[in-house]
Ligand binder design. Structure first.
Ligand SMILES: [Zn+2]
Length: 278
């Protein structure tokens, strides 16, 4: 049986009892929140283009397509695309200096930085077929979200926390999974209510990255890695205590908000009147 945490994220108790393979992403809750926060910040031009591209999928909400790049792992018809993209949901830094070295950390373009660069280029190219650009939109929405989950930018030696076993909520889990969905699940909110709550917290004070294109995506990865390294993501032991949830949940939520803003920036540039290729 091959089950994924991403498809089961709403049922936290069930998820934590599964002997799931490596977790690959924020769960659906986190991805939908990031997508929704971004959609609220789109320019009129970008918003109209998003609506036009989404129309064949019979939705108007980016939240509805945000987890698709994870869901294709269970679709035999998309096996090739999954194999091609599955290592682009994350980046493993080879050392604790959190400095992006492409030839070390992204060989063959197999990391989230390169994946994002590729799909932003496709999305921005208005000469390409709409179906191809819609698929690219799904990857861009997803990869920006993933890149802001700190353990998607962690260390190779423990596979971004997947190999760090923990006890959480009375069950066996791993640290990556706790950050994908466990922490956020403790709020017991649906994605829309959760996004409303975060949007109501006012403007973000975090500094923005002063870079463009692939350098910007690399800087986001480095910033996430520094959170993993410096902000107590790794607990002292292997039991996730209530105090850990209380102190780390705000970090996860801040990352959702930053991801939402960054995603809106990318989409506004790619799909606004000034963005895209002629
Ligand atoms: Zn993912």
């Amino acid at each position: 049986m091959r089950r994924s945490i991403h498809l089961s994220g709403l049922a936290l108790g069930a998820v934590l009892s599964l002997a799931a393979p490596l977790a690959m992403a924020w769960g659906p809750l986190g991805h939908s929140i990031v997508a929704d926060l971004a959609q609220r910040q789109l320019s009129p031009e970008a918003s109209a283009e998003v609506q036009r591209l989404l129309a064949p999928d019979h939705t108007r909400q980016l939240a509805d397509i945000a987890s698709w790049p994870d869901m294709i792992q269970d679709d035999p018809g998309q096996a090739g695309l999954w194999q091609q993209t599955r290592r682009q949901h994350y980046i493993n830094f080879g050392s604790a200096d959190c400095r992006y070295v492409p030839e070390r950390d992204c060989r063959g373009g197999q990391c989230v930085v390169a994946g994002l660069q590729h799909y932003v280029e496709v999305l921005s190219d208005r000469k390409l077929p709409d179906a191809q650009r819609l698929q690219a939109l799904k990857f861009v929405v997803h990869f920006v979200g993933d890149e802001h989950q700190p353990l998607h930018d962690g260390y190779r030696d423990d596979k971004g926390g997947n190999a760090y076993q923990v006890q959480f909520d009375g069950r066996g889990s791993n640290l990556h999974r706790v950050w994908d969905s466990g922490l956020l699940g403790t709020r017991h909110l649906g994605w829309q209510a959760y996004a409303d709550k975060l949007a109501a917290e006012g403007p973000l004070g975090a500094p923005d990255v002063n870079a463009a294109g692939v350098e910007r995506y690399a800087a986001w990865a480095e910033a996430s890695c520094r959170i993993t390294r410096d902000q107590g993501v790794y607990p002292a032991g292997h039991v996730i205590e209530a105090s850990y949830v209380t102190s780390r949940l705000p970090i996860a939520e801040q990352q959702l908000r930053i991801a939402g803003r960054h995603l809106a920036e990318v989409l506004n540039e790619s799909l606004g009147t000034a963005g895209g290729k002629p």
